[in-house]
Every structure is written in structure tokens, then in C-alpha cells.
Design a binder for this molecule. Structure first.
Ligand code: MLC
Ligand code: AMP
Length: 473
């Protein structure tokens, strides 16, 4: 099938009115100006369809324009966390082989073209025509850490992104009247696709914040309508005075990316009168389930399958099993990893999430744990294996096991349990690990032990370790 239009850009622009504000606040920008900026950047990219554009820049409106510029030019956006170290970034560049790498520090990278966002903006030209792209063409690759320690690039098509945004816009009743507080990073599904795509598609406005700040969110709430955040947003906001008053006119608070404690759900309701709407998603699948907009939002559950998304549990009815997903929201496989794709994405379209869940008689899904060894800290995923490899490579370390310990602020925090070969200090080990690991992956604490508890197969018993360290979870 040949396309005459750019599937995702067309879907995102369907409801836009050029004079409406897209970005509100101190530096407002209309929809017309926003998309014109994206078109100018698209011209400056000078890529051919299917080329990868790696973007590793701080959060900004221009970063959002670069995302859409890449889509308009028929390219594939690869957003990277600016907190990654050089060695982490090199892995992504080698794997994604981009035609353009957009970074504030363009010198010394093994890529054909590295440039700054400012240089691209300066080279922009008006009159760019969107490159036709069909639903199955790729719009983005988002890297997600793997249990083996090697990050996998989830390939996301125009179809997956456009269909999920459309589903969520309707499910959560987003319209041009909405003002969404955007305080999430823009290199992950949550901030880049869920928040941005829904707002664009609805023709809504965004109160755009460079990063999360309790004060700025409280300031923005009286003139905003919706907030999307990870549970840490809500636990931190609950500590602030003036929350109830600020939240009065908001219509919707959405939480996702990590488990929201039932106690946070309850406390939020008690303090503000609003019931947080919790949803469940994944880089590979976009959003899968959501508590209903109208109807009961059940604390501790991630709600019902979204329209067009099939969810099932690989276990007898009512029991705990691996959550499987099928639908237009799904990714198209892992970049350069056909074997890994075949292991997790079946030919009949079902994807095995690795999350453990249980569905009640009314169809509400509860996530009861993870079949994968994964830590979620403040909504960021960290695979222990990657941290263990870095720890084990340090000269003083004989072996290590990395676990997530409960944390009131971040949900979980990274702790390394280490058996030493030679004497050193906790801070020396954390500093050394930090040279190769982004800060959020670095252990916040190190515990020294004489030996790691292992089962008869030689596998480290992490539950046992957690118990020994005084953490039941
Ligand atoms: C920051 N730090 C963290 C951290 N965030 N450490 C562990 N875990 C985290 N999540 C570290 C920083 O490196 C820094 O260390 C110190 O904490 C303070 O930094 P900060 O920048 O001031 O942090 P803060 O603003 O407090 O950040 C907390 C946060 C942020 C919760 C606002 O982590 C955040 O925005 N999280 C959202 C993540 C997200 O978007 N996830 C969606 C993934 S998509 P130092 O040593 O330098 O002081 C997905 C699918 C789905 O999961 O379903 O949505
Ligand atoms: P990521 O790989 O970064 O896309 O993170 C996806 C993972 O986050 C999922 O596989 C879940 O383990 C977790 N997750 C997302 N939303 C929720 C939620 N509402 N409750 C619990 N876990 C969640």
C-alpha cells in the first residue's frame, strides 16, 4: 500500500487550530508556530526516510519540535536520556547507527553527523512538505533495558503511536479546552508519547515545565485541567501545603509507570476530593489498561483493558500469571534483535510483558509483581544485571547482587550487595560505578556481605537478600 500522507503527523494535526495556544505559560506558542518550527527543523535534518535521528538533549519545546520534525521527514526518532554516561551513549549510537545525532556536545562521536539543536534550528527552511509514511513505517525506537544487561530498541510504528493516542484521548476525555501540566521527561513513552501526543491530537494546551517541581505544579494547577505523573509526583505533592485549594478546578490526575500505593490513592482523595486515575503501560506496548474515566477507579488496580487492547493472564482464571497483550498499540519488534523479538512477541500477535498480574471478576487488572528482575525508581526502569556488570568489573569487587529496596519517595531505590576482594569504601564504589552508569541507576547504598545467598542451582536468592537487609518486598 502506498501512502500519500504522513500517517502519524496527519493524525496528530487533525484537530489543531493554528491560532490556538499549544504551549501556554511565560513563553506561549501557538499550534501554527509550533508546527512551523517542526517543519523548519525537518528541512534542516536532510535525511531520507527510515534514517535514525538520535536526540540527546535537555527537555525543551524545541526537543518536541525535533521529534515531530523527524516524523515529518519520514525518519525514526531515537530519544536518549541526557543523564547517560559516554559509554552508555556509545552503545546506543553503535546500535542505532543514526544519520544525525543531536546533542549539545557534538564533538568526538563516531557518527556521520553530530550537531546541536541550535545549529539545526538556524539551518531551518520553511515550506517543507511532510514525507508520506504508512501506518507500519517506524516513527521511533525507544531503548528499554533488558534482563541480560543489554538495552533493546523497541521499534514503534506510526500505527502504534497514532492509535494509542487516539484511544487515550477518547478514554480520558481530552479536548481543546484542556490544559495539561507536562513535567515529565521527554525521552520516555510517558512524557513523549502519552502526554505530548494526546495533547496534540486533542488540540489542547500544555503547561510545559523543564522538570518536575512541586512549587511550579501547584502554581499551574488553578489554570490547568490535567496532570500526568509517576507516583513520586503524587507522594511529593501530598507533602505540600495548599494542595487542596490548588487542585480545586482540575478535572483529572493520572498516574502510571510504577505502582501507585493504595494509601497514596486514598490520601489524595481525602486531601483533594479527586480520585487518581491509574493506568498501565510499557515502552513496547504504549498504554494497555486504564481505570475508567466514568465509573469506579479502584485503588491498587490498573483498571480495565483499553478499547482495542486485548489483555490476558497466562494462568487459570483468577490466578496470578504473566500479563500478555495484543493490539494496534504494540511495537513492531526489537531493533536488530530478531531472536529476542521472537521470544517475546508471538507470531499470533501476543506480547509477553514479563509483569505478573491477576484479573478480578469485573475485569480489573492488578499488577502483583514482576517476572523480570527489574527495579523501578521514580518511574525510571533499572535492570539489576546492568548495574551488577558495572559493579563486578570494579577491581575491589568479587561479586555483587543489585536489588530494589522500598523507598518512600521513589518507590524503590537501587542497593548493591557486594562481596569484596580488597578493602574499599562505599562512597569510592558508588563514585566508580557512576563513571559508567547514569546517576539514577547508581546504587544509593552499598551493603557488604561475606557471601551471597544462592540456591542449589547457584542462582542468587534476591528475596532472601531483601529479607536479610530488612525489606520484606
Ligand atoms: C533523579 N534521581 C534519581 C531519580 N531521578 N535517582 C533514582 N531514581 C530516580 N527516578 C537522582 C538524580 O540523578 C540526582 O542525583 C538526584 O536524584 C536529584 O535529581 P533531580 O533531577 O533533582 O531529581 P528529581 O527532580 O527529584 O527527580 C525525581 C523524579 C524524576 C521522580 C521527578 O525521576 C522523574 O521525572 N521521573 C519520571 C520518570 C519517567 O518519566 N518514567 C516514565 C518511563 S515510561 P544527584 O546525585 O545528581 O543529586 C514507562 C511506561 C509507562 O515507564 O507506563 O509510562
Ligand atoms: P518501561 O519498560 O520503562 O516502559 O516500563 C514499563 C514497566 O513499568 C511495566 O512493564 C511495568 O512493570 C511498570 N508499570 C507501568 N505502569 C505501571 C503501573 N501503573 N503499576 C505498576 N507498574 C507499572
Amino acid at each position: 500500500m502506498t501512502s500519500t500522507e504522513n500517517h502519524l503527523a496527519h493524525a496528530l494535526r487533525a484537530n489543531m487550530r493554528p491560532d490556538q495556544p499549544f504551549i501556554c505559560g511565560p513563553h506561549p506558542l501557538t499550534y501554527g508556530a509550533f508546527w512551523q518550527g517542526a517543519e523548519r527543523l525537518a528541512a534542516a535534518l536532510e535525511i531520507t526516510p527510515g534514517d535514525r535521528v538520535v536526540m540527546q538533549v535537555e527537555k525543551s519545546v524545541e526537543a518536541l519540535q525535533l521529534y515531530l520534525a523527524t516524523v515529518l521527514a519520514g525518519g525514526i526518532l531515537v530519544p536518549l536520556n541526557p543523564a547517560y554516561t559516554r559509554s552508555e551513549t556509545l552503545y546506543f549510537l553503535e546500535d542505532a547507527t543514526p544519520s544525525v545525532f543531536v546533542t549539545p556536545h557534538p564533538e568526538g562521536w563516531p557518527v556521520s553527523r553530530a550537531t546541536t539543536l541550535e545549529a539545526l534550528a538556524a539551518a531551518g527552511r520553511s515550506g517543507f512538505k511532510p514525507v508520506p509514511r504508512g501506518p507500519e513505517d517506524l516513527a521511533a525506537i525507544l531503548y528499554t533495558s533488558g534482563t541480560t544487561g543489554r538495552s533493546k530498541g523497541a521499534m514503534l510504528s506510526h500505527r502504534a503511536l497514532a492509535s494509542n493516542a487516539q484511544t487515550l484521548k477518547l478514554a480520558w476525555h481530552f479536548t481543546a479546552e484542556d490544559v495539561l501540566i507536562h513535567a515529565l521527561p521527554v525521552f520516555h513513552t510517558h512524557g513523549l508519547f502519552v502526554a505530548t501526543n494526546i495533547a496534540l491530537m486533542a488540540g489542547a494546551s500544555i503547561e510545559f515545565m523543564p522538570k518536575f517541581s512541586v512549587e511550579r505544579i501547584l502554581e499551574a494547577m488553578p489554570t490547568a485541567t490535567a496532570l500526568m505523573g509517576v507516583p513520586t509526583f503524587y507522594t511529593r505533592l501530598l507533602k505540600a501545603g495548599g494542595l487542596a485549594l490548588a487542585a480545586t478546578n482540575m478535572r483529572l490526575f493520572i498516574s502510571g509507570s510504577a505502582p501507585l500505593l493504595a494509601s497514596t490513592h486514598q490520601e489524595w482523595h481525602d486531601r483533594t476530593g479527586h480520585t487518581i486515575l491509574e493506568r498501565y503501560g510499557m515502552t513496547e506496548t504504549n498504554m494497555n489498561s486504564s481505570n475508567p474515566y466514568d465509573g469506579e477507579r479502584r485503588a491498587g488496580t490498573v483498571g480495565l483493558p483499553l478499547p482495542g487492547v486485548e489483555l490476558r493472564i497466562d494462568a487459570p482464571e483468577g490466578e496470578i500469571g504473566v500479563i500478555e497483550v495484543r493490539g494496534d498499540n504494540l511495537f513492531s519488534g526489537y531493533w536488530n534483535m530478531p531472536e529476542k523479538t521472537a521470544e517475546e512477541l508471538r507470531p499470533d500477535g501476543w506480547f509477553m510483558t514479563g509483569d505478573l498480574g491477576q484479573m478480578d471478576a469485573d475485569g480489573y487488572l492488578t499488577i502483583v509483581g514482576r517476572g523480570k528482575d527489574l527495579i523501578i525508581s521514580g518511574g525510571f526502569n533499572i535492570y539489576p544485571k546492568e548495574v551488577e556488570e558495572v559493579m563486578d568489573a570494579l577491581p575491589e569487587v568479587l561479586e555483587s547482587a543489585v536489588i530494589g529496596m522500598s523507598d518512600e519517595d521513589l518507590g524503590e531505590r537501587v542497593v548493591a550487595v557486594v562481596v569484596l576482594k580488597s578493602k574499599t569504601s562505599k562512597t569510592a564504589l558508588i563514585d566508580a560505578a557512576g563513571r559508567n552508569l547514569a546517576r539514577y541507576k547508581c546504587p544509593s547504598d552499598i551493603r557488604f556481605v561475606d557471601a551471597l545467598p544462592r540456591n542449589t542451582m547457584g542462582k542468587v536468592q534476591k528475596n532472601e537478600l531483601r529479607k536479610r537487609l530488612g525489606d520484606g518486598g
